[in-house]
Design a protein around this ligand. Structure first.
Ligand code: CA
Length: 346
């Protein structure tokens, strides 16, 4: 056991060096009024066979995001270890307190784990769990696919995502992995992350990192589940963990992934005040700069007509508002543009 794993308070039953199929539960301490030695069990699977890369598959980092949980759980329950060459670590419900509560934030300490990385071994439950993921799980991985959706707060165009990495070779390797995953879109973020996400942790360790947005609005997106399951299968094929070629046909008859970009400065559109937001377009629709993105209705005020919010740029809608009622400062729409790297390819 490494010094980093010894520092974690979470017990891991998996021997990452062992061949074959292992399934069990991380045991995370959670002292409560009626159970001072209480623990929370987090499912984990490790399949290893022969030599090959290690692919880490994570779902349920946000509890109200279902497609990745479903796709990873099904794969973990059904994949024959003899079919693989290498290792697959699967955690379909990383943030299980949030998963079982059907919430984005942890019901234990109110934190968003995806804003807590690299975490703290002696911190609150969520910080402790983030620290475990970074210090115990990630050192084993060569490739990480962290499956998200936009949860209750939004809907999204079905997509993978990645950062506009400063290392050109790593960026090209990640772009190739995204293309192999085969979602309709791949979104490259330029200046969007504050460094506290799981993705940033993965990147700091030099591991290929892909995220996804494959649903939202608090329901299971049927095509999102299909793309999640196929994308995982495609990634395993791309990295040689299972045999075969990635399937890149799209449901609309097109082929392959359209690489896009979200830049911080004008991709995000915010509500100017509290109200009921009426969007004009669905995620995935093409929109023009200056066109109406939606109307904000101030139902309680007889003197305020609907407030039009317009697109700051042309592009394709990546995320659109979900819940109807929004607060001043909430993002109601994110527009992506076609991929044009800030840094020249090497
Ligand atoms: Ca998410």
């Amino acid at each position: 056991m490494s010094a980093a794993s010894a520092a974690s308070r979470i017990h891991c039953p998996i021997d990452f060096g062992r061949q074959g199929r292992q399934a069990g539960y991380l045991r995370a301490p959670h002292s409560r009024d009626n159970s001072g030695w209480g623990t929370i069990e987090i499912p984990i699977y490790c399949l290893a066979n022969g030599e090959g890369p290690t692919v880490l598959l994570t779902g349920g980092v946000h509890g109200d995001e279902y497609e990745g949980q479903i796709a990873i759980s099904r794969l973990a329950q059904t994949l024959d270890v003899d079919r693989i060459q290498g290792r697959i670590i699967m955690m379909p419900a990383v943030n299980i307190p949030a998963v079982l509560a059907d919430r984005r934030l942890s019901p234990i300490d109110g934190l968003d784990i995806n804003r807590c990385f690299p975490g703290d071994a002696r911190g609150t439950f969520t910080r402790m769990l983030a620290h475990f993921m970074d210090s115990v799980v990630l050192p084993h991985a060569d490739v990480s696919v962290d499956l998200h959706t936009t949860g209750h707060s939004a809907d999204c165009a079905l997509s993978t995502n990645m950062h506009d990495l400063p290392d050109a070779a790593m960026r090209d390797k990640t772009l190739a992995a995204a293309a192999a995953f085969g979602a309709p879109y791949n979104v490259v973020f330029a200046g969007v992350d504050e460094g506290a996400t799981f993705t940033s942790c993965v990147e700091r360790r030099g591991i290929v990192s892909l995220g996804t947005e494959l649903g939202g609005w608090g329901r299971v997106n049927i095509e999102g589940v299909r793309i999640a399951a196929r994308g995982i299968d495609n990634i395993l094929k791309h990295f040689g963990v299972i045999e075969g070629e990635p399937d890149l046909a799209q449901a609309d008859g097109t082929f392959g992934t359209r690489h896009m970009m979200v830049r911080e400065r004008d991709a995000f559109h915010f509500a100017p005040r509290d109200g009921l937001f009426e969007p004009t377009h669905y995620a995935g629709e093409t929109v023009e700069e200056g066109a109406v993105a939606g109307y904000l209705h101030v139902i309680e005020d007889v003197d305020t007509p609907p407030i039009a919010i317009t697109y700051a740029r042309s592009g394709v809608i990546w995320c659109g508002a979900g819940p109807g009622r929004v607060r001043r400062g909430d993002a109601v729409c994110v527009v992506m543009e076609d991929f044009a790297p800030d840094r020249p390819a090497h």
